[in-house]
Design a protein around this ligand. Structure first.
Ligand SMILES: Nc1ncnc2c1ncn2[C@@H]1O[C@H](COP(=O)(O)OP(=O)(O)OP(=O)(O)O)[C@@H](O)[C@H]1O
Ligand SMILES: [Mg+2]
Length: 268
């Protein structure tokens, strides 16, 4: 046995019948406990498909996926998911969305109403939505909705975070702030054994390099693992990291790896 927390072994996923689309092809990848794993690749390469399967919302056509050595057969409370399209509850306010898991899910077990409210307030503040607690999703901008979705996930404090382009709709400043915040929540100031496990999907190569321990680069049509790159930038990371030559070099090397793919995807 290895120390893999999450293991994908020869995972393939096709959609449709005879004229089927192979979205993911023979993907094998181990994600270690406490690791921050980023997945990058061009549009349509199967990133969301992989995340849905990790979340237990979809099954591989072939191959196996396991968590703590057991097959993933459905969703679980240890995995918190943030979807690409936010998936907010339109009939609930910002507060109602953020507190949802704490009220109806196992994450709020053992919390008093005051503790629950504190957690919600803290999380709302963290994503910069204080003052908007009573608004409904349709009253918010895209970036604000994304922050609500992030807060809803964070409020539950799941052991495993599965995130699909969680910061994509944010303006540049908010994005940098939330990247720093995300690293804090993940546990970059804690020993490696006390960190959460994160699978973070992004289009943004610099974001992947800034956040991750390793970056898995997928190629498209069908989605295959092209390479896994170790990001050995020191932690804790911050603005100094963003300005460093090593950061630029790593970002550039990943960009070169997927440049051809990205152009091909754009032309399709
Ligand atoms: N439910 C579905 N039915 C049919 N085809 C699907 C389905 N979901 C995804 N696909 C196809 O599988 C491929 C991978 O899609 P996926 O959404 O995983 O890509 P992605 O890497 O997340 O793209 P993006 O970066 O644009 O979000 C695409 O060709 C897509 O059209
Ligand atoms: Mg996607």
């Amino acid at each position: 046995m290895s120390d893999a927390k999450i293991r994908l072994d020869g995972v393939s996923k096709s959609f449709g019948g005879s004229a089927s689309v192979v979205a993911v092809d023979s993907l094998s990848l181990d994600i270690r406990a406490g690791e921050f794993m980023a997945i990058v690749g061009p549009s349509g390469c199967g990133k969301t498909t992989v995340l849905n399967m990790l979340a237990g919302l979809d099954r591989p056509t072939s191959g196996t996926m396991s968590l703590n050595g057991r097959p993933i057969e459905g969703p679980g409370a240890e995995r918190g998911v943030m979807f690409q399209d936010y998936a907010l509850f339109p009939w609930r306010t910002v507060r109602g969305n953020v507190e949802f898991g704490l009220i109806y899910g196992p994450a709020g077990r053992g919390l008093s109403p005051t503790q629950r409210a504190d957690r919600v307030n803290r999380t709302v503040e963290m994503v910069g939505l204080t003052g908007s607690e009573d608004k409904y999703p349709h009253q918010l901008s895209g970036g604000m909705r994304q922050r609500v979705a992030l807060a809803r996930l964070m409020a539950n404090e799941p052991e495993i975070l599965l995130m699909d382009e969680p910061l994509a709709a944010l303006d540049a400043q908010t994005r940098v702030i939330l990247q720093d915040e995300l690293l804090r929540i993940w546990g970059q100031d804690r020993p490696a054994t006390q960190r959460r496990t994160v699978v973070f999907i992004t289009h943004a190569i610099d974001e992947a390099v800034f956040l991750a321990d390793r970056v898995a680069v997928l190629s498209s049509h069908p989605g295959r693992l092209k390479q896994v790159i170790d990001i050995d930038l020191p932690r804790p990371r911050g603005d100094e990291t963003r300005r460093s030559g090593d950061f630029a070099r790593l970002s550039q090397s990943i960009w070169e790896l997927i440049r051809e793919e990205a152009y091909r995807a754009t032309m399709n």
